[in-house]
Design a protein around this ligand. Sequence first.
Ligand code: ASP
Length: 329
Amino acid sequence: MSVAHAPIDGSRFPHKHLLGIEGLSPDEITLLLDLSETYVEQNRRPDKKQSVLRGRTLINLFFETSTRTRTSFELAGKRLGGDVINISVSDSAIKKGETLMDTAMTLNAMHADVLVVRHPFSGGVALLAQKVNCSVINAGDGSHEHPTQALLDALTIRRRKGRLAGLTVAICGDVMHSRVARSNIHLLNTMGARVRIVAPPTLVPGQADRLGVEVFTEMAPGIADCDIVMMLRLQSERMSGSFVPSMREYFHFWGLDYEKLRAAKTEALIMHPGPMNRGVEIDSEVADDVGRSLIHEQVEMGVAVRMACLETLAGRLPSLAENDGDTSG
Ligand code: ASP
């Protein structure tokens, strides 16, 4: 079970944690994308197993529900040969009132090597990272960041379009509450793409002008001549009060259907991080259009990207060879 590529040179990614895309350099992003690429091929083979994480323990700690992200981190950890444990808040002591700090102490005592955390509060994952001894990957914190989603989106785009620089990407819908949008904006800006956000005025984030994006409040001009149209779910769990008149009206003005899509380039591709609300932010026919929708490919790339992130952070762990000859028990 050999590694399909040479070990990562740690100096090329000098970070203990992956808490966000903000602050990563183009080289660091490219390193992760190139490494992910090797795992795409690996994951299509009958034998997907590697030994990169042999002897290591990965804990997935999810304070919010998740399907794709948690499953793909679990698959990624297992395919790399690690021991993977999933803890969700519904069956953990956190539900019984344990503080984040006590959780951190518990995890330290278990000697986890990598912790993957999703938390409903922006900054919740970074707080935990300060208290645990191991590397931490942010699997989504509130409306702040979701770095592996942006990386998998970038990998999907790069494989289809051959590049990121110079493309025009429209991120549409509930941008205000979306960590996916924020991470994508940082990544795409860093890699030289042009980013637009297209949202109802009530869902444009405050200080959008500081994000380095063009802001549109109508779909037709917003997606005009775009290469990529990325749709977002209405994050009602993060809304206090009502931000849109009704789902019907939202779909009428903001839902992506073929009629609205006509404004984009004829070869424009459609993305969505999932979970999708069909008939709200996206029409079913558009979502299922195999010629234009990249939604399934995004899920596939998610496993490869998470393998690359795990391998990169695990590269900082002490070598297993250090166990050799240790008979102290
Ligand atoms: N799955 C993504 C997230 O966790 C997008 C969403 O939930 O709408 O942020």
